[in-house]
Design a protein around this ligand. Sequence first.
Ligand code: PHE
Length: 370
Amino acid sequence: MTETITPLTAFDDASLDEAFRALTDQVRSAASQLTTAEAQENFRLDWLGRKQGRLKLLSETWLKTAPPEAKKSLGMRFNTLKNEIEAALASEPASSKASSAPALDLSLPGIRRNIGVEHPLTRTMREMTAVFAALGYSVGIGPEVETDFYNFEALNFPPNHPARDTQDTLVVADQEGKPLRERLLMRTHTSPVQIRSMVSNPPPLRIVIPGKVHRNDESDATHSPIFHQVEGLCVDTNITFSDLKGTLDYAMKAFFGSSVKTRFFPSFFPFTEPSADVQISCPFCGQKGCRKCKFSGWIELLGCGMVDPAVFAAVDARRIENGLEPAYDTKKISGFAFGMGVERIAMMKYGVGDIGQFYSGDLRFLSQFV
Ligand code: PHE
């Protein structure tokens, strides 16, 4: 506004073109920065102010010195410049332009709102748990950092028993001073929750235990040092091996489909006697033979057995230590237990080739499970 106006020295068309191009550029660049009404008003005063406006000063100065034959051309150019300024003032400040609602283009494709999906492992555990919940089982949980007593001793793994080696236990460091049964470890199976449930509840007991377990395993396509199990325990009067077979046969049909058959093979677990491994007829190929059943028509899925009397004895001893009545008299009650690996089931059910995919957090993998 107060800047001095540079006089024009040449009035030929080329010089005028150049001078006005520079002015037009100034107007446009100033106009593009008008974000508020206040800035717009300052811009108006700067260029069009009646006394000190640039347009007025410029035209006075330049017209005065222009030769008569250039005056008309000069006047026309000032008019064009004025139009440019007025056009900039006629539009709204940029910010209010941006904040006013944009025009709706109904032909644009929609914006997908991604919602989360249940993780395939969570889903498998929930579905398996639900099968037993429908049979009257309640859900039991327990700590992942467990004592040797619950993870081993009460489950009839005596100290130095070779069966402990099969569990690849991760132990908590620096506990040498402690009695063995109190030493902490990462639970290697969900079975300690059987003991915890029986120590705090008298029979009858029906519980299903989904949870995370830890073993010092090397990771590969089918192993992970942290994985999941679903465990079950049923204790009541007159529970027999037939109840175990009937329950698991029903549960496998409920989970995999009614045409699935089960068969039982002798096995060994320290905490069940007798013990069995359960195979199901391949639900994926209907026993025609496929990669999932390794072309055998059968898939091994579960460990199970009748609760060993030594387990009930350990439970009652702990109940007495805790000031409770003993309640697991093997002359009156019996029970069965079973356990299965969730990853193995989920890998087969969903055709997952590498266990690591479950833990990768890769949305391209997870979003397939909608
Ligand atoms: N706890 C056993 C395992 O992890 C599985 C199992 C549970 C077997 C209950 C029998 C009964 O291998």
